[in-house]
Design a binder for this molecule. Structure first.
Ligand code: EPU
Length: 419
């Protein structure tokens, strides 16, 4: 198991190219199950979560080829049961349910277990499948969905914590091959949902309104092969900009999509960091100090939960009192105890973190608990005095392509040690 040692204090300067979005690529790869013809997906990031998804597709019978960032999948004949051993490693495996149900009228996947970022039910996904005419059965830790035929319906996917991203993806993927029209109200508006819809449209699907709260899908008889370029990863982009804010100097992110970054750029700018955007670039200039903020996470276009931990790291070093409320995953604060071990002054009040900025953090051995929490510890380590040793870095490799190498190219001093 690798660990990462961050030697703090080195300022960041230069430019870094943003990878394709993990959270777009995962459902898009699952959507290749909807056609027998080959699909070619480009700008697929090299991450362990992507590797799990490609393994699931192979186990389901697909021919999968990968050449650097381009993946070709041909799903001529598919099985309908995803193997537990791989599914258990990644919650996003759940998004093979929709395409398999749409194409084969049945699918079985192990139920995702608990997750360190909180309770992660799939009731809304299942509610959507039921509305399309599927029966849902639970047995031996698996969920099976099956339907004699998939019929279009009007479905509301809004839950207690807002809309569901993978739930919207799943229902959209099942509905593209349904008989008749499906209307998804309370749909997730995330750019990753729109990216999936654009790929489905390239395959011959009829979809309107993706990226808004109401998606309308006219079922078609079959889909064909297509090519697609995955959108830039807005959370990776936000993580690099926050790294620049925390330690200072100028950093430019390239091959990014500034219009997806508004909810991240606005608070960074409010905190006093200078931001300029180009067509596909964003530059952040920092002298390593900023103003405190009051923020809350919410579904897109709000401030993303996937940036909350990194923002906690930044605000821990900003003079004054900041407040961050987590509305999407109210228990997603595993990073707080670790940041406190580095000297941060954070008090948790339910789903709200009250952060009293400290002048300096100090390096310590810390434990990565999930993907974004791990990124927050790396960011804190960049600013901290001395060295920060981060264990269990496989969490980082699930969702950041070469985070340590990319930061080192900007001037950071990070070592990866094989243990
Ligand atoms: N929820 C339900 N019922 C459901 C589904 C979700 O109550 O059936 C609740 C969740 O418990 C949560 C809220 O609804 O409180 C939103 O969850 P959502 O379903 O949108 O999450 P997801 O689709 O499982 C994706 C990303 C997450 C990201 C969330 C929220 C992927 C592969 N994952 O998860 O990304 O945090 O949307 O934006 O797209 C990450 O990349 O680090 C990550 C965790």
């Amino acid at each position: 198991m690798d660990k990462i040692i961050v030697h703090g204090g080195a300022k960041l300067t230069g430019s870094v190219r943003i990878s394709g979005s993990k959270n777009s690529a995962l459902p898009i790869l699952a959507a290749t199950l909807l056609t027998k013809e080959p699909c070619v997906i480009s700008r697929v990031p090299d991450l362990s979560d992507i590797h799990y998804m490609l393994t699931i597709l192979s186990e389901l019978g697909c021919e999968v080829e990968r050449a650097s960032g381009t993946v070709t999948v041909k799903a001529e004949n598919v099985l309908t049961e995803a193997p537990y051993d791989i599914v258990r490693k990644m919650r996003a495996s759940i998004c093979v349910l929709g395409p398999l149900l749409g194409r084969e009228k049945e699918a079985t996947v192990s139920l995702p277990g608990g997750c360190v970022i909180g309770d992660r039910p799939i009731d809304l996904h299942l509610r959507g499948f039921e509305a399309l005419g599927a029966a849902v059965r639970f047995r031996s830790g698996n969920v099976k969905v099956l339907a004699p035929e998939i019929r279009g319906a009007t479905i509301n996917l809004r839950g207690k914590f807002g809309s569901t991203v993978l739930g919207t993806d799943n229902v959209m993927m099942a509905a593209v091959l349904a008989e008749g029209t499906t209307v998804i109200d309370g749909a997730a508006e995330e750019p990753e949902v729109e990216d999936l819809a654009n790929f489905l449209i390239a395959m011959g699907a009829k979809i309107e309104g993706a990226g808004t709260r109401r998606i309308i899908i006219e079922g078609v008889k079959e889909l064909h092969g297509a090519e697609h370029d995955v959108i830039p990863d807005r959370i990776e982009a936000g993580t690099f900009l926050t790294a620049a804010a925390i330690i200072g100097n100028d950093v430019t992110i390239t091959r990014a999509e500034p219009k997806h970054l508004k909810a991240i750029l606005d608070p960074l700018s409010q905190a006093g960091f200078l931001i300029s955007t180009g067509k596909d670039t964003v530059t952040l200039r920092s002298n390593g100090t900023g103003h405190p903020l009051k923020l809350e996470t919410s579904p897109y276009p709000g401030f993303p939960t996937d940036m909350q931990a990194q923002m906690c790291a930044l605000l821990s070093t900003v003079d004054g009192i900041s407040v961050i409320t987590e509305n999407v995953f109210p228990q997603r604060f595993m990073h707080v105890a670790e940041l406190k071990r580095m000297g941060a002054n954070i008090e948790l009040q339910g789903a709200t973190a009250v952060i009293n900025g400290v002048g300096k953090l100090s390096g310590a051995p810390v434990m990565a608990s999930d993907l974004r929490a791990s990124a927050a510890l790396v960011l804190a380590g960049l600013k901290a005095e001395n060295s920060t040793e981060i264990n269990r870095v496989y969490h980082i490799d699930r969702g950041y392509e070469s985070l340590d190498e990319k930061l080192n190219a900007l001037g950071a001093q990070i070592e990866r040690v094989k243990v």
